[in-house]
Design a protein around this ligand. Structure first.
Ligand code: ACO
Length: 324
């Protein structure tokens, strides 16, 4: 049997770190009140990184990809598939994946974007796993890269304090041993309105609202339940139980949602990988950023069983269970 396995991880944060106090001071200058205490208590976020105005998702993603290639011991030229999960691509088209491919100095391999907002990385990893299992690819780069700072309304305190920029990447290779054990993806488009950027480009102008809109409470209510059901579905497919999970790596949006999910899976909180405090919500980049941080800090070791879970706009959700 042919499986897929993660052989390298990498990540990249733009250097500019913005604390809650920095944001609160910027907002106060506009007469909008927020505080470090409010943001930490409601979300667990202490700081986020913002990219410089001329830096794009493909720039951040290329940095993360190079780090993942190095940790896998591969040269860019050995990659035969690039999938970028992003909702903030450099351009309407071509895809961030094509632009990133060129930045890596390679050509010829398949490259495309996957757009599933904060579930983007689990979607992209599932697609890459399927393509490897069917023999369409052997060595894939799967990247989550976002510059959500570009779509934030810095006059809306209910959203602008939540998100950050960054990128994470994995190298996924064909293997005789698993690897990815099970995947489970879902969407329900009737919830488009609770989390969206409604605008688009038309007739030479932005048509509609180009800023992120979120009904935070509606998202919150849906998130914990769907994350539990996706996680349980992967466990059932793989013939495993809660107790088999070594590390839970949920989408890093809000510490309360993450802890709620860990409780539903009966996981002690020290098995929950947390980077939301320092990264904020980086959408499709959050899971590979958290994975790479936990690998490099020595928490996650070869052979550990990981549960990756994403949830976000669409509404989309899904999980990937894997042996690292
Ligand atoms: N600073 C101070 N006060 C604020 C702020 C702020 N930054 N933002 C909102 N408030 C106020 C509100 O105006 C409200 O005041 P009011 O009671 O006078 O009306 C009060 O705080 C409480 O607001 P709520 O919205 O009820 O706060 P809640 O506890 O629900 O927290 C939050 C809001 C953090 C957004 C939460 O709902 C949440 O995390 N939701 C989930 C978001 C998420 O996980 N998204 C993931 C997917 S992201 C993606 O796919 C792109």
């Amino acid at each position: 049997t042919r499986y897929s396995r993660i052989t390298g991880t990498g990540s990249y944060l733009p250097p500019r770190r913005v604390t809650n106090a920095d944001l609160a001071a910027d907002l106060a200058a506009k007469g909008i009140e927020t505080s470090d205490e409010w943001i930490i208590e409601r979300t667990g976020i202490r700081a986020r990184h913002f990219a410089a105005p001329d830096v794009t998702s493909s720039d951040l993603g290329a940095h993360a990809a190079r780090a993942a290639l190095e940790s896998a011991g591969l040269k860019a030229g050995e990659i035969d598939l690039i999938i970028v999960a992003t909702s903030t691509p450099d351009m309407v088209f071509p895809s961030a994946a094509c632009i990133l491919q060129n930045k890596l100095g390679i050509a010829g391999c398949a490259a495309f974007d996957v757009q599933a907002v904060c579930s983007g990385f689990v979607y992209a990893l599932t697609v890459a796993d399927s393509m490897i299992k069917t023999g369409s690819a052997n060595k894939a780069l799967v990247i989550g890269a976002e510059v959500f700072s570009r779509i934030l309304d810095f006059n809306d305190r209910t959203t602008c304090v939540l998100f950050g920029d960054g990128a994470g990447a994995v190298v996924l290779e064909a293997s005789d041993t698993p690897g990815i054990l099970a995947t489970d993806l879902h969407a329900d488009g009737k919830h488009v309105g609770i989390l969206c950027v409604p605008g688009t480009v038309s007739g030479g102008a932005v048509l509609g609202d180009p800023f992120l809109k979120m009904d935070g409470q509606a998202v919150f209510k849906l998130a914990v339940g769907v994350l539990e059901s996706a996680a349980r579905a992967t466990l059932a497919k793989a013939g495993k139980t809660d107790a088999d999970i070594d590390w839970l790596i949920p989408h890093q949006a809000n510490i309360r949602i993450m802890q709620g999910t860990a409780k539903k899976l009966k996981m002690p909180l020290d098995k929950l990988i947390v980077t939301v405090d320092e990264h904020g919500n980086t959408s499709a980049a959050s899971i590979p950023l958290a994975l790479d941080a936990a690998v490099r800090s020595g928490k996650i070791k070869k052979g550990d069983t990981l549960m990756l879970e994403g949830v976000g706009g669409g509404f989309t959700w899904g999980a990937v269970l894997l042996d690292f």
